[in-house]
Structures are given as C-alpha cells and as structure tokens.
Design a binder for this molecule. Structure first.
Ligand SMILES: *Cc1c(COP(=O)(O)O)cnc(C)c1O
Length: 402
C-alpha cells in the first residue's frame, strides 16, 4: 500500500481503514466500462449482471457458504438491522418473542433490539465480565422455550475481545435457536467460516478491511426468511431493493480476498506490534488494559488511564500527528462513558480516561514506539494539571487502578 500522508500515524483502523490499491483497482472497470444496470436486459446490463453473480460466488467462497446465501447491503449497520429484524419476525410467527444478546454490542445491534423491545419483544443482554468475553454457558442458561434469536458479536469494536462464536453456534444449533453474529470487526482480521462456526446470520462491512465504505454483506443461511428493510425493485432476490453498487461490491470482494490471503502472516505481524504497544503503555502508572489480553484482535489496544479525560488525551495526540479514538461515545456530545467499558466493569471516572489504538498492516515499529512515547508524555502532562490527580497522589482520594 502507498506512503503515509502528512506523516500522520493512523491508529483508528477500527473506525475505518484506508482502501487498498487492489480494492481501488478492482472498482475502476465498474465505473468506466461495465457501468450498466444489472437489471437491464441489454448486453451491457447482462454483462454487469454476470459480474454481480460471479462476485457473489467469490464472496461465498471466502465465507464458506453458497452464493444464494449472500445479500449485498449498504454496510454493517444495515446487515445487523436486517438480520435481527428478520429473525425476530420469524420467531414471532411461532410465538417466540425473546432475544438474547450482550451488553457490549455495537449500537447497530443494541438500537435495533430497543426497537423490538418497544414492539413487545423481551431482550436479555448478557454481561461480559471484566475480560469482555461472554461464555457459551451464559448463553445456554439464558435460552428459553420462547427464544427466537441469539446475537453475539464476533469481536468487540472498542476493546477487541474475540467471542467463542463456534461454541455458541454449536449450542444454538442444538437448541434450535437462530444465531446471528456481527462479524464486522472480525472478517479479514481473524479466520471466520459460517459453516464451522454454525452461524445462521452474519454481518460484515467492507470498510473495516481496506474495502470501500457503504457496502457490506448479510449472510443468511438458506431457509431463513429475510424481511425487507428497503422496498422496491427485485434486486438481491427481492430482499433488498435498489440498484446494486457494483463498483463497491467489486472493491469489497477484492479487499476481502486480499485480507484473507494475507491473514496468516499479517495477523502475526500486527499482533506483535500490538503486544509491543500494550507492553509500552502498561508501564504508565495507574493504567489498565481493557479486555482479555489473549482472546483479542491482532490490531486492538485499549487502555484506561486514571485521572485524565480521554477527550483531552485524544486532542493532544492529534496535535502530535497521532490519530486515535477514545472508544467512548462522547462524539455525540453526550458525556456518558462508553457502554462497552461500563460493561466490563470500569467505573465512570476510569471509563472517561480511555484510549483506543487500532493498528493495520501499515503500522510500523517506529510508529508504535513514537506512540508509546507520546502517550506516556501526554498522560503525565494532563495529570500534572489535574486537581483529581493531585487528590489521588496526596492520598485524599484512593486510586481505582492500582
Ligand atoms: C463499524 C461497525 C458496524 C457498522 O458498520 P457500517 O458499515 O459502518 O455500517 C457494525 N458493527 C461493528 C462491530 C462495527 O465495528
């Protein structure tokens, strides 16, 4: 991939990634030459249609499923919405109105579940413990006779913890309950296979693995009745109206194949840098890694530092050319700390001092070392100005992070 612009150290790859050259090049012909509408009956239209069906086969091959189980969407959020609403409606036909999920899902899942609650569904959100992992035993205990769906994310977007999806899938299959996983952070980063993982519904999004934004996939196992979110034409076997975004779909498939091909060696390289970064930041006093150290995405580093505001840390890092994320939901102007950090038991004060750094294969050892030095420095600086920190140091207040 290309050189870095403006010497920015981009460590926000969980928010979005830079498109790969391969993905961009795969898109170009579908903007220049093969631009016809796949629903058109003329020759150029039929060429586009053929390309669409071929790319569907490629995506299916990567996920380990059949082409007719692949539905192209506008991204992860749409796939999550459609998966959950479809499973809920299917359940309701059998009088099943109970859904199991976890406390630290993405808002695309949580807000859809809230919508269903308003419609009379009962939702159980499983706690995820300090490690940020939900166990198959928890799921087993929560399943009832009227459970329509279990939805557990493959890997968390804030703290990077990987869930035992294969085991949960096996359990749900045995108990006859539909299983959805939001695999947006996992696909292209760790091995995912819908057959061996026994998932019924899976969401993924291209821009999290160096593909274009605004395109994703809903995998729905054959036999599952999808409900339309978007009504209109008969695209995607009548389940998702709207002219297919063929350039984006082509870019997504190319990025997906590239990511999966590179995965075996690249995930090791990225994980080594992740560990170097975790070790470096752990040396900052009164800091704590968020979530399991071992069951963790190769590129995710998430910390809380006591006595600072994550937002201030972000801005000062940005001044130094480091693009990071707080992992907290302050973006919307609300001052509520991240629901994910609260879910793993961080108290409000600690959760406010969070930092998420997410790496890519472009991240270098030098980037990591520069970042360790910058974070160490900025945290010390912010603490030196903080009245809260003064109280902590003088023993007037007790440290929460030892
Ligand atoms: C980014 C993300 C989404 C949303 O995907 P979009 O394509 O941006 O709509 C959903 N779930 C998780 C876990 C994500 O990280």
């Amino acid at each position: 991939m290309g050189e870095k612009e403006d010497n920015v150290i981009y460590l926000d790859n969980a928010a979005t990634t830079k498109m790969s050259r391969t993905a961009i090049e795969a898109m170009l012909p579908y903007m220049n030459d093969i631009y016809a509408n796949p629903s058109s009956l003329h020759t150029p239209g039929q060429k586009a249609k053929e390309a669409l069906e071929l790319v569907r086969e490629r995506v299916a091959t990567v996920l380990g499923c059949e082409p007719r189980e692949i539905y192209f969407t506008s991204g992860g959020s749409e796939a999550d919405n459609q998966a959950i609403l479809s499973a809920a409606r299917q359940g309701a036909r059998w009088g099943k109105r109970h859904i199991i999920s976890t406390a630290f899902e993405h808002h695309a899942v949580l807000h859809t579940l809230e919508k269903l609650q308003e419609e009379g569904f009962e939702v159980t959100l499983l706690p995820v413990g300090e490690e940020g992992i939900v166990t198959p035993e928890q799921v087993a205990e929560a399943i009832r006779g009227d459970t329509a769906l279990v939805s557990v994310m493959y890997a968390n977007n804030e703290i990077g913890t990987i869930q035992p999806i294969g085991e949960i899938g096996k359990l749900c299959r045995e108990r006859g309950v539909l299983f959805h996983t939001d695999a947006v952070q996992a696909v292209g980063h760790i091995p995912v296979n819908v057959v061996t993982d026994r998932v019924d519904l899976l969401s993924l999004s291209a821009h999290k693995f160096h593909g274009p934004k605004g395109v994703g996939v809903l995998y729905a196992r054959k036999g599952i009745r999808l409900q339309n979110l978007i009504h209109g034409g008969a695209q995607e076997r009548g389940k998702r109206a709207g002219t297919e975004n063929l350039p984006a779909i082509m870019g997504m498939a190319a990025a997906l194949e590239e990511a999966v091909l590179k995965l075996p060696f690249q995930s090791k390289q990225v994980a080594d840098l992740r560990d170097r970064l975790i070790d470096g930041l752990s040396r900052i006093p009164h800091s704590v890694l968020n979530g399991s150290r071992t069951s963790r995405l190769p590129g995710n580093v998430s910390f809380c530092f006591e006595g600072i505001e994550g937002e201030s840390l972000l801005l000062l890092l940005d001044d130094r050319g480091i693009a990071a994320s707080s992992g907290s939901a302050c973006t919307s102007g609300s001052l509520d700390p991240s629901h994910v950090l609260l879910a793993i038991g961080r108290v409000h004060d600690v959760a406010h001092g969070s930092l998420r750094l997410t790496l890519s294969d472009e991240t270098t050892e030098k980037d990591v070392d520069t970042t360790i030095a910058a974070v160490t420095d900025v945290v010390a600086h912010l603490r030196s100005m903080s009245p809260v920190w003064r109280d902590l140091e003088s023993g007037k207040k007790e440290f929460i992070i030892k």
